[in-house]
Design a protein around this ligand. Structure first.
Ligand SMILES: [Zn+2]
Length: 246
């Protein structure tokens, strides 16, 4: 279950599913990235509040440059991440965040191993199954067990709001065995449920369904709370998915 919490009176979104680590989504109040040059001040204030809340210095807050790739890297202090859409976190002194405005944010946490990851799954990332690739890396390189991996699927564009072309529909359909209920045809237009396509990929990979929490917020329907690239004329502001280990 997701619920709204606050950092210095600015709203964030949390889930009961992950309680020991710090895993949350920022909102329009608490966003950590913009390319809008008029607003760098808000972003630096928000980053400072988040660092204070997490009790880490600003240089320990790491974010990659996302390109809708399926590249996954391991977060290390002082390193930059061009062309990276998944970050694995193994160092409890660091925090990682990725940036979103309609695409699906994915936070992974393995409580037993105290490791985790954040990935970016727009339609391209979902087509490339970046979430499943992230899980495979946690299992193969860090000995995670599927039953210990908990996953938050954060605010993203919903099935009512997200219409796609036939080619995108086919590509997404091919990523799962069971595509039932994950799309809708209305007035000859195709709508897909990006959040639950990711969930279905995880179920088919062997993640237990009780380990997955899917957020009901839509970036378009709940545009008062989150940014929407489609609904806001290609906004450059981004809400975030953040993880810090315990
Ligand atoms: Zn919607």
């Amino acid at each position: 279950m997701f619920h709204i919490a606050n950092i210095q009176n600015k709203r964030i979104l949390k889930s009961d599913l992950i309680q020991s680590a710090q895993a949350f989504f920022t909102t329009r109040d608490s966003f950590l990235l913009t390319k809008d040059e008029k607003q760098p001040q808000i972003v630096s204030e928000n980053r400072a509040s988040v660092c204070e809340y997490l009790n880490i210095p600003p240089e320990n807050l790491i974010t990659p440059v996302q390109t809708h790739s399926s590249n996954i890297a391991i977060a290390q202090k002082g390193q930059s991440y061009p062309d990276t859409d998944g970050l694995i976190l193994t160092d409890s002194k660091l925090a990682i965040f990725l940036n979103f405005a309609d695409c699906t944010p994915l936070i992974f946490y393995d409580e037993k191993q105290n490791i985790g990851a954040v990935s970016h799954a727009g339609w391209r990332g979902t087509e490339q199954k970046i979430g499943v690739l992230t899980i495979e890396k946690l299992v193969k390189d860090f000995n995670s067990q599927l039953e210990n991996i908990k996953i938050l699927i954060g605010p993203a564009i919903c099935k009512t709001c997200y219409n796609v072309q036939e080619d995108v529909f086919q590509k997404l359909k091919n990523t799962v065995k069971n595509f039932e209920n994950l799309y809708e045809i209305k007035n000859n237009q195709i709508f897909v449920d990006l959040k639950n396509i990711n969930k279905q990929q995880f179920l088919e990979t062997g993640i237990p369904s009780q380990n997955i929490d899917v957020c009901t917020y839509c970036t378009c329907c709940n545009n008062d709370l989150f940014f929407s690239y489609r609904n806001e004329n290609k906004t450059t502001k981004r809400h975030n998915a953040l993880l810090k280990l315990c």
